[in-house]
Design a protein around this ligand. Structure first.
Ligand code: SAH
Length: 315
């Protein structure tokens, strides 16, 4: 990465001093950001910094308080490999190997869907709704998550809810279930989270589908024909089965709407992440089952969370 600006970040070139002097962190960062920008990476400066922190195994505050420190050849080579992969649009989260998701620290692995900020918003809305009720009712309950991926939703929710809450989660991907199980241990909720491999359209008998107090899920909702035009990070690295919602994107929602009375107690909370142009069609599907159904917005103001209470009197 000591190559002059415009130079490549190929491993082996990096860290070689121009005129015998090792490059500083500041200059390395500027070069890294340029390289990513030229490769069409959406947030080049952010990603360059995240990868430099990873290559140096340091914190942001340490990086910036020692910004003129030199970068060793070994560190440069490590960064060069990361930048080369990011320039090929390998997702940042795959390169870092972990993310923070609300209060949870999650391992990330190729082959398992990378949790997104929109889903943090889904969980935040669900927790807010449950919070109001927790003050009035015993601190016991059960969450259901369909298509759990890394386990992000139930793990973050269990960390925020009283100890008496448990969760059941299903995914048909073996890799996802193995990773979710590791993440549950990493976050100390393995005793409270039951994970099952299977298809929620035809759940295995071992899966306890007795009605839950809350169903909080991020189901696949991308219309099949839109998948080729997704960003390369998503299209080429998230598993297809995590994205593909069928011809209009609503296949999984239709299954959930039909099965809702079996999955959710009367008065139970439904919170689903939806595509930003799916609010009206999702309301049509779920409103007959729900009291007070509404669509909440994410931080960017886009309608992304369908939320409501299962009709009928509670417990
Ligand atoms: N909830 C996670 C993952 C969302 S991606 C998160 O927000 O990060 C959707 C997940 O659903 C994927 O892990 C995919 O394997 C799983 N999935 C898709 N269709 C499924 C089905 N019919 N049965 C079980 N899991 C399914």
């Amino acid at each position: 990465m000591s190559a002059p600006r415009g130079g490549t970040a190929g491993a082996g070139q990096e860290g070689r001093a121009v005129g015998g002097r090792a490059p500083t962190r500041t200059s390395v960062l500027a070069d890294a950001s340029d390289l990513l920008e030229r490769s069409g990476v959406p947030s080049p400066a952010h990603d360059a910094e995240a990868l430099l922190l990873h290559a140096l195994a340091t914190s942001r505050s340490e990086l910036w308080s020692n910004r003129d420190a030199s970068v060793s050849e070994e560190e440069s080579a490590r960064l060069g490999r990361l930048l080369e992969a990011r320039a090929r649009r390998v997702p940042l989260q795959h390169l870092l190997g972990e993310i923070s998701f609300l209060g949870a620290e999650l391992d990330i692995e190729p082959g398992v869907f990378v949790p997104r900020p929109e889903t943090e918003c889904l969980v935040a809305h669900a927790l807010q709704k449950l919070g109001a009720e927790l003050a009035a009712s015993p601190a016991l309950g059960r969450i259901l998550d369909l298509g759990t991926g890394t386990g992000a939703i139930p793990i973050a929710m269990l960390l925020a809810l009283p100890e008496g809450w448990t969760a059941m989660a299903i995914d048909r991907s073996e890799k996802a279930i193995a990773l979710a199980s590791r993440n549950a241990r990493r976050n100390g909720v393995e005793e409270r989270l039951r994970l099952e491999r299977g298809d929620f359209r035809d759940p295995p008998l071992s899966f306890d589908f007795s009605p839950a107090d809350a169903l909080v899920s991020n189901l696949p909702y991308v219309p099949s024909s839109s998948i080729p035009s997704l960003m390369p990070e998503v299209r080429d690295h998230d598993p297809l089965e995590a994205l593909d919602g069928g011809p209009d994107g609503l296949d999984a929602f239709r299954v959930a709407a039909v099965s809702l009375p079996a999955w959710l107690k009367p008065g139970g909370l439904l919170a689903l992440e939806i595509g930003e142009d799916q609010a009206d069609r999702c309301m049509e599907l779920f409103e007959p089952h729900l009291a007070g159904a509404r669509v909440e917005s994410d931080l960017a103001g886009r309608p992304r969370v369908l939320i409501g209470r299962m009709r009928g009197s509670r417990r």
